[in-house]
Design a protein around this ligand. Sequence first.
Ligand SMILES: C[S@@+](CC[C@H](N)C(=O)[O-])C[C@H]1O[C@@H](n2cnc3c(N)ncnc32)[C@H](O)[C@@H]1O
Length: 369
Amino acid sequence: MSGDAFEIFLAAPPGLEPVLAEEARAAGFDVTGEVPGGVTVQGGWPEVWRANLVLRGAGRVLARIGGFRAMHLAQLDKRARKFPWGDVLRPDVPVKVEATCHGSRIYHDKAAGQRVERALAEELGVQIDAKAGLRVMVRIEDDFCTFSVDTSGEPLHRRGHKEAVGKAPMRETLAALFLRQGGYDGAEPVVDPMCGSGTFVIEAAEIAAGLYPGRSRRFAFEDLAGFDADAWTEMKGAASGGTDMVFHGSDRDAGAVRSAIANAERAGVATLTRFEQMAVSERMRPEGPPGLVMVNPPYGGRIGNKKLLYALYGALGKTLKERFSGWRVGIVTSEGGLAKATGLPFKPGGPPVAHGGLKVKLYQTGPLP
Ligand SMILES: C[S@@+](CC[C@H](N)C(=O)[O-])C[C@H]1O[C@@H](n2cnc3c(N)ncnc32)[C@H](O)[C@@H]1O
């Protein structure tokens, strides 16, 4: 692999690209743009590893390894065979190839993919396997063919800790972006009174403790040519920080609380978190300075459930208004009307974001009176 910089694409949930761009900038990445569904940064392979390791909001990290003009399939075939695949891929690691064509003379995704597969198999000697963990992506747009490698493998919300999930768990990447959008920087406590499997509370505790989100898992880039295991181990060991704050979650469902506790243990933040079974109306404010209440209450119920949902949001709002003076509140929900039913002084909702088949928004307050 060369030491040259190339484009690195960080996938983001549509609507939250600016939040991921801000996270990447704060982590010292050279952000070059925001596009629908992602953020581009410039860097070399160590930056690819670091993006996978430290960014909490990215869904995956793609390395744009090169490209060329291709006006027809024979040209694609010829140029794909000359491409320096061996700089990036190892002959002994199987790959799968996915191709898409847009606005180009080459319009047949499958035919384009086959040309690249053949080039890889015959020139590099790599095995093509639809079930391979390593993915080469071919994108032909305006007659220009770009090759990317998915350097993450398993999507990045799979931190490698969560086994127990509740009914409607939030992806860790999305939870981290909503926390950041809510102004969370690790310096204040977080409470989630409807915590489900504990995603917000565990992410917040990890941020405060300075733990890297990718500390426990494997990545596809570990199977690429030129991967430096020693440099990688050193990079992972550079995490620093710590906190003596406690992060609180509660849920009325005993199974949810059990799963949150198990997830926190696996993530190594059991001592920083407390999970208790209780209804939202019983939730007391924790001792200590105010912070952020972050909650993703049930929503999207059938018509018959609407009344119950409005009552639930009302109970949530009442508890927060009466007991959480000085705390800020962030509520992730699908309906402005439900947010309004809390009676909390929300600013206008954030951009709509796809979650669980619906569009949700973050509704936030300033410090409550
Ligand atoms: C959408 S889920 C939250 C998912 C969570 N963010 C996660 O990542 O797992 C909503 C949660 O609210 C809880 N809940 C519903 N009514 C409640 C109440 N009155 N008091 C406390 N929790 C309640 C449910 O048990 C469920 O776990």
